[in-house]
Design a protein around this ligand. Structure first.
Ligand SMILES: *[C@@H]1O[C@H](CO)[C@@H](O)[C@H](O)[C@H]1NC(C)=O
Ligand SMILES: *[C@@H]1O[C@H](CO)[C@@H](O)[C@H](O)[C@H]1NC(C)=O
Ligand SMILES: *[C@@H]1O[C@H](CO)[C@@H](O)[C@H](O)[C@H]1NC(C)=O
Ligand SMILES: *[C@@H]1O[C@H](CO)[C@@H](O)[C@H](O)[C@H]1NC(C)=O
Ligand SMILES: *[C@@H]1O[C@H](CO)[C@@H](O)[C@H](O)[C@H]1NC(C)=O
Length: 362
C-alpha cells in the first residue's frame, strides 16, 4: 500500500519486477548493451560454445565479484562502470534465466562480430542480439503498457562495441609468421560497417534514438597478437584495418544522423585512448605495462588464463590493478574503470559530439 501511495505521484510509475513492486522516477533511462567480449557480462555462460569464448571459471572474477560471473576480467567490464555512473542497478545478461529488463539488459557475446561468419555457431552474433532486443521490447510493452514502453525505449541508451573479432578473422599465422589474409580490406570493412548499420537501423525502427559507439582499438597491440610475433611488437597491419573501420564508422554515423529523424549519438575514440595508455602505461598507473596479468609466455599473451583452453599451466600476476589487460585480450577491472570514466564524462577530444553522460541527459 505504501508503495502504491508513493506511486500516486505523477512523476513516478509502479513497476513489477521479479523481486517486488517498485516505484521508479518516470523518466529513468535504461541501458541496452550490444557487442563482443569487451562488453559481455556472462551471456556466453548460457550458450553451447567452448571455454575459449567463456570466462566462467577461476581466476576470472577474482578481484571484485569473488566468483567467475562470465566477465572476461578480474572484476567489472566497461558496461558495468557505465551503469554505475548512470545510477542503474547491475544489468543482467539477456540469457540469464530470470532477467529484469526495466533498467536495460546486456546482449553482448564474447567472440562475436557484426558478420554472421565470425565465430559462427559459437557466439551470439549482432543480428541475433538485435532480435533479442525486439523480444525485450515486447516484454516491456506487456509490463508497462504500450505508451510507457515506447517512451522508455526512446529515452534509453544503446551502447555498441563491435568489429575487433571480425578483423581478427583476417589474421593468418603460418610458421610463426603473422600476415593478413589476401582479401580486399576496403570491401571487408564495408561489409562490417554495412551489417552494423543494419543493426542500428533496426534498433532505430524499434524506437531507439540514443546510440553510444566505441570505435575499435589498436587490435594489433593486444598481448595475444604481440606474443605471436617473436619480437613482441604490435602488428600494425591489423590495427590499420581497424583505423579504416573507424574512418568508415564515423562516416556511417554522420550519414545516419542525416537520414534518421531524432537520431542522437556519442562516438568514443577508444582507439586513441587505448593507444595512449599502451604507449605510456606507467603514466596512467599501470605498472605492469602492456602485457597481461593472467596467461603464459611472452607478455602472458598466450591465451591460457584459467588453464582449460588446451594449456594447463598459466601465470597469474599478484596485483591485477597494475595491469591494463587481465588475460591476453581483455582489460582488468582497473582499466575498465579508467575507460568507463572517459566514455562517461571525457571531453570532446575523445567523445563526439557528446559524452555518454550528456547523451543520457538529452
Ligand atoms: C553442443 O556442441 C557440441 C559440439 O559442438 C555438440 O556435440 C552438442 O550436441 C551440442 N549440444 C547442444 C545442447 O546443442
Ligand atoms: C613452413 O616452414 C616449413 C619448414 O621450415 C616449410 O617447409 C614450409 O614450406 C613453410 N610453409 C609456409 C606456408 O611458408
Ligand atoms: C553483411 O555481411 C555479409 C558477409 O557476411 C555481406 O555479404 C553483406 O553484404 C553484408 N551486408 C551489408 C549490408 O553490407
Ligand atoms: C618485429 O618482427 C616483425 C616480424 O615478425 C618485423 O616485421 C618487424 O620489423 C620487427 N620489429 C622490430 C622493431 O624489430
Ligand atoms: C581533453 O582531455 C585530455 C585529457 O584527458 C586533455 O589532454 C585535452 O587537452 C583535453 N582537451 C580539451 C579540448 O579540453
Amino acid at each position: 500500500m505504501f508503495l502504491l501511495v508513493l506511486c500516486l505521484s505523477s512523476s513516478s510509475i509502479l513497476i513489477q519486477t521479479s523481486e517486488a513492486q517498485i516505484c521508479l522516477p518516470k523518466k529513468h533511462a535504461a541501458l541496452f548493451v550490444f557487442g563482443d567480449s569487451l562488453f559481455d557480462i556472462g551471456n556466453n555462460n548460457y550458450i553451447n560454445t567452448t571455454t575459449s569464448y567463456q570466462a566462467n571459471y577461476p581466476p576470472y572474477g577474482q578481484t571484485l565479484f569473488k566468483y567467475p560471473s562470465g566477465r572476461f576480467s578480474d572484476g567489472r567490464m566497461i558496461p558495468d562502470i557505465i551503469g554505475e555512473f548512470a545510477k542503474l542497478p547491475l544489468l543482467p545478461p539477456y540469457l540469464h534465466p530470470d532477467p529484469d529488463f526495466i533498467y536495460g539488459v546486456n546482449f553482448a557475446s564474447g567472440g562475436s562480430g557484426a558478420l554472421l561468419q565470425t565465430a559462427q555457431g559459437y557466439v551470439i552474433d549482432l543480428h541475433t542480439q538485435v532480435r533479442y532486443f525486439k523480444n525485450v521490447k515486447k516484454v516491456l510493452r506487456e509490463k508497462l503498457g504500450d505508451e510507457e514502453a515506447e517512451a522508455l525505449v526512446k529515452r534509453s541508451v544503446y551502447l555498441v562495441n563491435v568489429g575487433s573479432n571480425d578483423y581478427g578473422g583476417l589474421l593468418d599465422v603460418t610458421n610463426s609468421t603473422m600476415t593478413l589474409l589476401p582479401v580486399d580490406k576496403q570491401q571487408y570493412v564495408d561489409f562490417v560497417i554495412g551489417n552494423l548499420t543494419n543493426a542500428i537501423q533496426e534498433i532505430y525502427e524499434l524506437g531507439g534514438r540514443k546510440f553510444g559507439f566505441l570505435n575499435v582499438g589498436p587490435i594489433g597491440c593486444s598481448p595475444v597478437i604481440r606474443a605471436m610475433r617473436k619480437n613482441g611488437t604490435c602488428f600494425d597491419e591489423i590495427s590499420a584495418v581497424g583505423r579504416l573501420h573507424n574512418v568508415e564508422l564515423s562516416k556511417m554515423i554522420l550519414k545516419l544522423k542525416k537520414q534518421l529523424n531524432g537520431f542522437k549519438y556519442s562516438l568514443h575514440d577508444f582507439y586513441a585512448v587505448l593507444s595512449q595508455v599502451l604507449t605510456n602505461p606507467s603514466k596512467y598507473g599501470f605498472k605492469g605495462g602492456a602485457g597481461g596479468c593472467c596467461g603464459s609466455g611472452t607478455l602472458r599473451g598466450l591465451d591460457s588464463c584459467g588453464g582449460n583452453k588446451g594449456i594447463k599451466e598459466y601465470e597469474l600476476c599478484e596485483n591485477p590493478n597494475d595491469y591494463i589487460f587481465f588475460d591476453a585480450r581483455h582489460p582488468t577491472d582497473k582499466a575498465s574503470q579508467f575507460f568507463g570514466q572517459l566514455i562517461w564524462d571525457g571531453n570532446y577530444t575523445i567523445n563526439k559530439p557528446y559524452n555518454l553522460k550528456q547523451l543520457f541527459q538529452l
